[in-house]
Design a binder for this molecule. Structure first.
Ligand SMILES: Nc1nc2c(ncn2[C@@H]2O[C@H](COP(=O)(O)OP(=O)(O)OP(=O)(O)O)[C@@H](O)[C@H]2O)c(=O)[nH]1
Ligand SMILES: [Mg+2]
Length: 206
């Protein structure tokens, strides 16, 4: 409870917004990406975890279109566009899907992935497809269940176990979060810090 957020006091700089999933960052530093379905709360969770508004959020899905990169001392955080937004054209959906896919599969500097799922809903088809991309990539991943404030405490516990079961994971590997209420935020910040300090992405256990 009293553990301070290790990311809240760090200097941060917006590096840029890049359409190329393999855009090289200079200097090379460990990178952590936030990734998940459109509107799941990626940008909000980034803001919560760094303790200030750096990423643009919106009630309209599809706000984030490129890799938005933020530099901290010793690492980068990357806000990715959401996948699976049904109202986009097929072409646009494919473009975003490819951008996200390639980021996860091919970025050399990725030290960890924060994968977001809405705690209230079973994984969508797109989520399950992305779960395969993630597992094939072997990237160290932390699963953040978002918008927990929309459920009561009791419902959170039930949904937490259900989402773990949906994914075939131990509930311990899933972090219950709420950007709105600050739930799970310090834990997530500590995991991110650990990932960026680990010498190999694969050692990140969350
Ligand atoms: N109640 C509640 N609402 C949230 C929470 N996090 C995000 N939201 C809302 O969900 C909507 C989408 O949030 P964003 O953070 O912009 O979502 P995103 O995943 O970055 O969306 P895209 O970039 O469009 O893919 C906004 O209306 C937020 O206010 C949360 O913890 N609790
Ligand atoms: Mg966003």
């Amino acid at each position: 409870m009293t553990t301070p957020n290790p990311l809240a006091d760090l200097a941060v700089e917006f590096v840029g917004s890049f359409p190329d999933p393999l855009h090289p960052l200079v200097p090379p530093l460990p990178e952590v990406v936030f990734f998940g379905r459109s509107n799941v709360g990626k940008s909000s969770l980034i803001n919560a975890v760094v303790g200030r508004r750096i990423a643009k959020t919106s009630a309209t899905p599809g706000k984030t279109q490129h890799l938005n990169v933020f530099r901290f001392p010793g690492f980068y955080l990357i806000d990715l566009p959401g996948y699976g937004y049904a109202k986009l054209s097929q072409t646009e959906r494919q473009r975003l899907r490819r951008l996200v896919d390639r980021t996860i599969r091919e970025r050399q500097g990725l030290a960890g992935v924060v994968w977001l799922l809405d705690i209230r809903h079973p994984p969508s088809k797109d989520d399950l497809a992305m779960a395969e991309v993630l597992s094939a990539s072997g990237r160290g991943t932390i699963v953040a269940l978002t918008k927990a404030d929309k459920l009561s405490r009791a419902q959170q516990g039930i949904a937490h176990r259900q989402r773990a079961e949906d994914l075939g994971l131990d509930p311990e590997g899933l972090l219950v979060t709420s950007s709105a209420k600050g739930l799970g935020i310090v834990e997530l910040a500590l995991s991110i810090e650990a990932a960026t300090r680990a010498t190999e992405g694969r050692t990140w256990a969350g």
